[in-house]
Write a protein that binds this ligand. Sequence first.
Ligand SMILES: Cc1cc2nc3c(=O)[nH]c(=O)nc-3n(C[C@H](O)[C@H](O)[C@H](O)COP(=O)(O)OP(=O)(O)OC[C@H]3O[C@@H](n4cnc5c(N)ncnc54)[C@H](O)[C@@H]3O)c2cc1C
Length: 434
Amino acid sequence: MEHIVILGNGISGVTLARHIRKLSDKKITIISAETEFFFSRTALMYVYMGHMKFEHIQPYEKNFWTKNRIELKKGYVSTIKPENKTLIFSDGESFTYDKLILAVGSKPNKFGWPGQDLIGVQGLYSKQDLDTLEINAPNNKVCKRAVIVGGGLIGIELAEMLRSRNIPVTFLVRESSFWNGVLPKGESEMLNRHIKSHHIDLRLSTNLREIKSDDKGQVQSVILEETGEEIFCNVVGLTPGVSPNIDFLKDSGIELSRGIKVNRFLETNIPDIYAIGDCAEQREAIGNRRSIEAVWYTGRMMGETLAQTICGNKIAYQPGHWFNSAKFLDIEYQTYGWVFATPKENNQHFHWKHEDDTKCITIEYHKSTNIFIGVNTFGIRMRHEVFDKWLTEKRDMDYVMNHLEDANFEPEFFKTYEKEIISAYNKQLQTVSQ
Ligand SMILES: Cc1cc2nc3c(=O)[nH]c(=O)nc-3n(C[C@H](O)[C@H](O)[C@H](O)COP(=O)(O)OP(=O)(O)OC[C@H]3O[C@@H](n4cnc5c(N)ncnc54)[C@H](O)[C@@H]3O)c2cc1C
């Protein structure tokens, strides 16, 4: 019987295994060094915040794996030898496969800062990071202040987590406004104010120079690059993004760039080796999607797609229109299609913000055809299927504005603000045409 070995038990690897089992009788083994069972990485924060126990973020019961004949193996694979289809574990054990799927995820970035390996310096990615945070920052007596370095989605999650235990947080963000490489100015500036209103000491345009240690090798303070200011702290959270976890593959013969190079069928350059999830890098662009997309649902989609191919129905990965969602403290964010920080050439933005400074919408559209390109919403829940359809149908702005209510999850909200939004849009049209 063909033996399918999946390296990585995150969303992509586990989705693949579940779907192969639905479609076939193949022998399946999932290997991971991190945890025995799959857990929802996106929910790690809720464990620290006390909303859930770790068991609650493991969606499958123990007997699910035996019932579905999916073997689980814990261990770290240090080498892959494609010439004899063998994996070598860090303890020297070897293990063979017929087909190998690399679903090895990401690793937190580190930029060689002095002091980055001190006790009390950590990222937020793995279950081990969660355990370490519990030791480093159990409360505000042990951790009198934390400094977070890197202003993206994981940075703000870590800030929220620490604030939930009343730990003072200083948040160092290299950019002049929070996440302004991704978000348009109005949204990014709204978030600056929102972060500060949660008593987070947000320092924009600020870089880390150095992390200093006490005489026991424990973090004592950080020094800021621009001013030389010293901030005393017990924990430093490094959250300047993630990159594919591929260092252990460098001598394997598998083609690597920033990630593991794959074609549309998720095949690497080596027969019978595939890559999915955060670690996969598309060789050719798929529409206007990024070549690496480190998000939950794309890992799941790749797992579902590859299961078909592995079970004899070879199909290409087709992610469709880009969408994503996240939470910035208590503001929900959704994005459908493309809204760039500054509109692409020939495009422009329509932006509306509610006076309470926690809700806004930005729509990107083509200047001359008025075709809808994408929407960002903050504090307003929208319907994915509606925007997806409008993007496919290439609807224009008049259509979108006239039907915005259909996309809204909360009709009451819309009744209250519809007039305001439409009149802001009409005002912008008049300004543009003058
Ligand atoms: C704190 C946090 C919050 C997030 N929130 C969101 C969110 O709200 N929305 C969203 O879309 N995305 C979010 N993400 C991103 C999302 O979680 C990832 O895109 C997704 O989990 C990646 O899944 P994966 O299957 O590709 O890899 P992973 O989940 O990283 O799984 C890979 C597994 O492989 C194991 N492994 C790697 N190499 C080896 C080896 N050599 N030997 C043995 N085992 C190995 C790793 O230990 C790991 O367990 C978040 C990520 C983090 C860290």
